[in-house]
Design a protein around this ligand. Structure first.
Ligand code: URA
Length: 209
């Protein structure tokens, strides 16, 4: 799976285990997801382009590296994507943020769009699409389709958890989009949930169940 990076850093794995635990309360879950997102973001942004600009330190002039080009765009797949984007924004505060509202039809598991607002000029920006769960991958595939419709070409997908079915479906649909995840779990169940997983990411993040 050359298009997939599993971020197996010990801090990520430790925090993921705490997130998985059903005893973890909403407040702690939210905090942990934010922390993990920041660590995932560190890897996802590893190959951002740099350019040299002249600066003066207190002692000398130097050519110093700065991020090049347009500000990157973080795209949250609502609503659980916000949990990842909040942490990514801690890392890249100047990023632009877009939101794509997609829900899974409970019967068909097909992605249905209800909201779409993204930064302009996606063609010139690195784009990171965020959704904690790459389960059936239907919503992630649809969101990336929409990014491509909006002329984005440098797209990455970041998720907390994935499963073999989701990875297979996503990388088949979008072989040009690299996936970053903290783990590839065992399987998908009949209701489209990742096993062992973390449960419903949105409900756990917002305490809605
Ligand atoms: N969405 C979730 O929130 N959890 C899953 O396990 C799969 C999809």
């Amino acid at each position: 799976m050359e298009n997939v990076t599993v971020i197996d850093h010990p801090l990520v794995q430790h925090k993921l285990s705490l997130l998985r635990n059903k005893e973890t309360d909403t407040f702690t879950f939210r905090l942990l997801l934010r922390e993990v997102s920041l660590l995932l973001g560190y890897e996802v942004t590893r190959d951002l382009e740099l350019e040299l600009n002249t600066i003066e330190t207190p002692l000398a002039e130097m050519q110093a590296p700065f991020l090049a080009g347009k500000k990157l765009a973080l795209i949250s797949i609502l609503r659980a994507g916000n949990g990842l984007v909040d942490g990514l924004l801690d890392l890249i505060p100047s990023a632009r943020v877009g939101h794509v509202g997609l829900y899974r039809d409970p019967d068909t598991l097909v992605a249905v769009e209800y909201y779409f607002k993204v930064p302009s000029d996606l063609s010139d920006r690195p784009v990171i699409v965020a959704d904690p769960m790459l389960a059936t991958a239907n919503t992630a595939i649809a969101a990336v389709d929409r990014m491509k419709d909006a002329n984005a070409s440098k797209i990455k997908m970041v998720c907390l958890l994935s499963c073999p079915e989701g990875v297979e479906a996503f990388t088949t649909a979008h072989p040009d989009v690299h996936v970053y995840t903290a783990a590839i779990d065992e399987r998908l169940n009949d209701h489209g949930y990742i096993i062992p997983g973390i449960g419903d990411a949105g409900d756990r993040l917002y305490g809605t169940k």
